[in-house]
Write a protein that binds this ligand. Structure first.
Ligand code: F6R
Length: 242
């Protein structure tokens, strides 16, 4: 496991974007696993900037996203589909038919989970998976629980997640109650993992992820067994790891 400590969020974003860029240069037809949330926004902005300078070309890249709310349409500005198009896909030359996100509108959740897992497999797996980190150590929508979920599955959101997300919706009733997420097994099959974290509120989760026991109560702690993990975190996020 390689750990890069950066001064701040901006430097974290640049370093992580550098690693993604290196992956795309080494293997232009790579499969990138992507994440949403506030942490990767600076990374996507940096990649867009380099794209405009002709320093990175996404024309052969394929992307798969970690997760999506169940029940939200692509047009809903809270869907992860909308997020990815706003922050990255509509700003670079990724081919529309080369980016995959679970379909939040599929009626049959079991079908959708199977379809998405098979989709990832049919692409030959993920070359580099970008991950953010929840304050409780979650990755994707894999929340602390008493076992590690293997494959893409549909999760019931906890009341605390619903509470945390309701500020983005008109009312609590509009917050989705379920989401699709890659499983821990799906994530671990990625050839490389790039975990990013910024800010003091992630410090406890970073410490538990890197140095705590491997437990499904801190889902990200399983990354300790992956052979190729890079962490890019700022000083605040690494402040408890001295
Ligand atoms: C997003 C995702 C989540 C976030 C995590 C951290 O696709 O899978 O696990 O990475 O909740 O979110 P931020 O970056 O907003 O702190």
């Amino acid at each position: 496991m390689r750990i890069y400590c950066t001064k701040d969020y901006k430097e974290m974003s640049r370093k992580a974007a550098n690693l993604i860029s290196a992956q795309v240069i080494i293997k232009p037809e790579c499969v990138l696993g992507l994440a949403t949330g506030s942490t990767p926004i600076g990374i996507y902005d940096q990649l867009v900037e380099w794209y405009h300078k002709n320093d990175i070309d996404f024309s052969e890249v394929t992307t798969v996203n970690l997760d999506e709310y169940r029940g939200l349409t692509k047009e809903n500005d809270q869907s992860y589909y909308y997020f990815m198009h706003t922050h990255l896909f509509d700003r670079v030359n990724i081919r529309p038919d080369h980016s995959f996100i679970p379909d939040g509108t599929c009626e049959d959740s079991e079908f959708e989970c199977r379809r998405y897992e098979n989709q990832i497999r049919s692409l030959g797996g993920i070359d580099m998976q970008l991950l953010g980190l929840g304050r409780n150590g979650h990755i994707g929508f894999n929340e602390p629980s008493d076992s590690f979920a293997q494959v893409t599955h549909c999760v019931d959101l906890t009341q605390s997640t619903i509470d945390a997300n309701k500020r983005f919706f008109a009312s609590e009733a509009d917050v989705p109650r379920q989401a699709y997420t890659m499983g821990i097994g799906t994530i671990l099959q990625a050839k490389k993992i790039l975990l990013v974290a910024s800010g003091e509120d992630k410090a406890e989760a970073v410490k538990n992820t890197l140095f705590g026991p491997i437990t499904p109560y801190v889902p990200a702690s399983i990354l300790q067994i992956h052979p190729d993990v890079t962490i890019v975190a700022d000083e605040a996020a690494l402040s408890l790891c001295k």
